[in-house]
Structures are given as structure tokens and as C-alpha cells.
Design a binder for this molecule. Structure first.
Ligand code: HGY
Ligand code: MN
Ligand code: MN
Length: 424
């Protein structure tokens, strides 16, 4: 028994709200490990990130799972069936965070899975399938600009070229992995055989306002929007801020500013579309130098790929016209292209039945946010259960909240879904 495992984790029988209370206590405990003195930042393989992995491993062990940390720092807990030949259901989500994050994005799904397995373990109940609870080490793409470093190898979709990526401090990903005791050579072996998989289930906060507006604690995800992420570099002419007349400038930053507004204008025009410039920088800029270079990120998403790609083409055409008019050049590098994916009807129906048995109106909604579930689309059936977010649905923000009651309902729906899932 791990000494500091909260007593609640070993609760033999969940009293009302016990799941919800456990989940929030443990999520808030994990949030104590952060790269910043106040608030939560826990990016891939930082020291806090490795401490969270250790804690998750200890808690999973207390919950009756055999646990191992894999070649990309996923923490994998296995709750075996009595039938060695049984298939495996993956229940997963991620434990890395964005900068200045909320406590529940990713972690809620890991911990809900853990308390449900803990409950089954204490009740001595095995399932007709193995469960692999996977705490994916990296989903956000914050430190190395490439997301899904945790789930892509498990789905057999890891791109070894990303081992050459460097973070802002110049650390090469492959070197960093070795430095912390991981083995990049072991990554290909993480691929699961689809024939052995029963499906993939992820419980996640909604990160939006829909369940709040519907006044529902949980919702069943129908599809996950597809995303394209790019880094756009604008190159103009650096010059003396005091001597170059305004009409003779090729200012990279003012050109980029126009481009940012093009993204907003184009996406406002189409309801199903969202476009975000989350990063805007003048590398090595100075107060008395006309910006010669400016970098902006672009994240654009829609419920269907054609709508997204049409908008992307329009945005780049307009950016090109701005560049000609202002005498600057533009290049862009694509860092992510994820298609929109549908969740499996079989898992949607299973979740729906469990939601109804929990006394909640089954309600389906799409996900604007990306999730590890996308990696498993086409490999096995995917299903997602959303949990209501408070504070207007805010997320990727310290104001992100979940209530004990809603977390409790979500965990009970997950438990019911596992108990009612056949092993075939
Ligand atoms: O960006 C996303 O949609 C997710 O939070 N990684
Ligand atoms: Mn996120
Ligand atoms: Mn997430």
C-alpha cells in the first residue's frame, strides 16, 4: 500500500459521491506538480511531469492493476480478465497540460478510470475483457510542437522524425527521452495489435459550454473535429525605427497583424469553423528596430475537413495578397493535419444506455477539442464521454472547473458501461 495514497482511494464501497470526491481530490493532488510557482504547467518530460507519472503509477498499483511505464512515458495500468485470451479495452487520456492549465483536462479521464477499476478490484469483480488504463504522456503538443507523442505509438502512428524536434531551449526530443531513462528504440514495439482490441474509451471534460446550456452532467460524443496546425513566418526588412519613413517600410509585424485579422474574419463567416492564432512573436525583436521577421501560429478546425480546407485555402490566398502589397515574403510549416473522426455507434449506444440508467437524458454532441481518441480511429472503435465544465465551459485556463456531482455521475456511467460491455 503506497503510504500517501489518499484513504479515499481504498474506499471498499463507494458511498454517494465517493467517486466524484475521489476524482477531484486526486486531480487536485496531481496539479500540485507544476513548472510554475503558481498555476499549473506540466509539459512533456519536465520534472513535474515525471513526478506525476510516478504518482499515477503508485495509485494504479494500489487500485489493483499491474503497472508499467513505456518507452514514451505512458503509464499503463492493466486490469486483467480471468480469461487470458480475452480482448483488451483501452481506457485513456493524457496527463500533460498546456501552460497555465486547468486541473482536469486529460487527468479527469485517467483518474475516473482508476477509481472505477479500484472499485471493481475491491469488489473482486473481473471483466470478460482486459482493461488497459493508459495515462498518455503527451497530447497537447506544447513542448515539442507535435501533439499525441503518447498515444500515437500505441496506435502505431508514431512518426520517428519527431525525435529530431527541439524545444524552445534547444533540447532534441530523442536525446531528452534517453536522458530521463526512456528508450526511443522501444517505441515501435508499443503498437497494439488491432485484432486484440475491443475498443478505446475516453472520459474527458467538454471544454465548452454545451452541457452547461443543456443543464446536463455528461454527454456522449458523436464526432471529433479535425484540425490543421501551421507555423507561418513572415519575412520583411529590419530597419532603424527612427530613420525609415513609414511609406518605405516592409514591416513583418504589421503584415502579420493584418494576417491575424484575416483568420478571424474568414472563420467568423462560417459557423462550424474556428480559427486561432495562439502564438505571435517577433524573434529577437527590439524596441527601436522595424521587425524583419514575425512568426504566427494557426490552428483551424471544423466538423468536416472540406469546410476547414476551403477556409485554409482562402486564408492563404489573402495572406499572399497582403504579402505582395507590403513587400514581405511568407512561408508556412504544417505541424498537424488531423481529419474529423466519428465515434463508433456501438460505443455511443453503450454509453447512452449507461447515461440513461444513471437517470440522465442521453445527449450527443461533437467535440471541438482534439483528443487521444482520434489516434485510435480506424484502429478500433472509439467512444468518448464528456463531463460538464463550469465557469461558462472555460478550459485551457485555471478557471476550468468540474463539480463533484458531475464527476461522480461520469464515473458511474463509465463503471456501468464497462459492466455492460461484452468481451467480443
Ligand atoms: O488542442 C486541443 O484540441 C486539445 O486540447 N489538445
Ligand atoms: Mn487540452
Ligand atoms: Mn485534453
Amino acid at each position: 500500500m503506497v503510504s500517501d495514497a489518499p484513504a479515499s482511494l481504498t474506499d471498499p464501497s463507494p458511498t454517494p459521491l465517493a467517486f466524484g470526491e475521489q476524482i477531484l481530490v486526486l486531480a487536485d493532488r496531481l496539479a500540485e506538480w507544476s513548472e510554475q510557482p503558481t498555476g499549473l504547467t506540466c509539459t512533456y518530460l519536465s520534472q513535474p511531469h515525471r513526478a506525476v507519472a510516478t504518482q499515477l503509477r503508485d495509485w494504479m498499483r494500489v487500485s489493483g492493476m499491474s503497472v508499467q511505464t513505456d518507452a514514451v512515458a505512458n503509464v499503463v495500468g492493466r486490469y486483467a480478465s480471468d480469461d487470458p485470451a480475452a480482448k483488451t479495452l483501452i481506457v485513456g487520456s493524457h496527463y500533460d497540460t498546456v501552460r497555465n492549465a486547468g486541473n482536469y483536462d486529460g487527468r479527469l479521464g485517467i483518474i475516473a478510470g482508476m477509481v472505477v477499476i479500484d472499485h471493481l478490484h475491491r469488489a473482486g469483480r473481473r471483466l470478460p475483457f482486459h482493461v488497459e488504463l493508459i495515462a498518455f504522456s503527451e497530447e497537447e503538443g506544447v513542448r515539442f510542437s507535435k501533439p499525441f507523442i503518447g498515444s500515437s505509438p500505441v496506435a502505431g502512428r508514431f512518426d520517428p522524425a519527431i525525435l529530431e524536434l527541439r524545444d524552445a531551449a534547444g533540447f532534441r526530443l530523442g536525446d531528452l527521452m534517453r536522458e530521463v531513462g526512456l528508450d526511443p528504440d522501444g517505441i515501435p514495439a508499443l503498437k497494439r495489435d488491432p485484432a486484440n482490441l475491443l475498443g478505446y474509451l475516453e472520459l474527458h471534460i467538454e471544454q465548452g459550454p454545451v452541457l452547461l446550456e443543456e443543464n446536463l452532467p455528461v454527454g456522449i460524443v458523436s464526432a471529433i473535429n479535425g484540425a490543421v496546425r501551421q507555423v507561418i513566418t513572415v519575412t520583411g526588412t529590419a530597419g532603424h525605427a527612427g530613420t525609415v519613413p513609414m511609406t518605405m517600410r516592409h514591416d513583418a509585424a504589421t503584415a502579420a497583424a493584418e494576417m491575424v485579422l484575416v483568420v478571424e474574419r474568414r472563420c467568423v463567416a462560417t459557423p462550424a469553423l474556428v480559427g486561432t492564432v495562439g502564438q505571435l512573436a517577433v524573434p529577437s525583436g527590439a524596441i527601436n528596430v522595424i521587425p524583419g521577421r514575425c512568426q504566427l501560429s494557426l490552428d483551424i478546425r471544423a466538423g468536416d475537413d472540406a469546410t476547414r480546407d476551403m477556409a485554409l485555402a482562402d486564408i492563404h490566398a489573402e495572406i499572399g495578397r497582403i504579402a505582395v502589397r507590403r513587400g514581405v515574403s511568407v512561408e508556412h510549416q504544417e505541424t498537424l493535419r488531423m481529419p474529423a473522426v466519428a465515434c463508433a455507434p456501438r460505443l455511443r449506444e453503450l454509453l447512452s444506455g449507461a447515461v440513461a440508467r444513471a437517470g440522465v437524458r442521453p445527449f450527443s454532441l461533437t467535440s471541438g477539442a482534439g483528443h487521444d481518441a482520434m489516434m485510435f480511429h480506424g484502429i478500433t472503435d472509439i467512444g468518448m464521454l464528456f463531463v460538464r465544465c463550469g465557469n461558462g465551459g472555460i478550459s485551457h485556463n485555471p478557471l476550468e472547473t468540474v463539480t463533484t456531482e458531475d464527476a461522480d455521475v461520469a464515473a458511474r456511467v463509465l463503471l456501468d458501461t464497462l459492466i455492460n460491455m461484452s468481451g467480443r
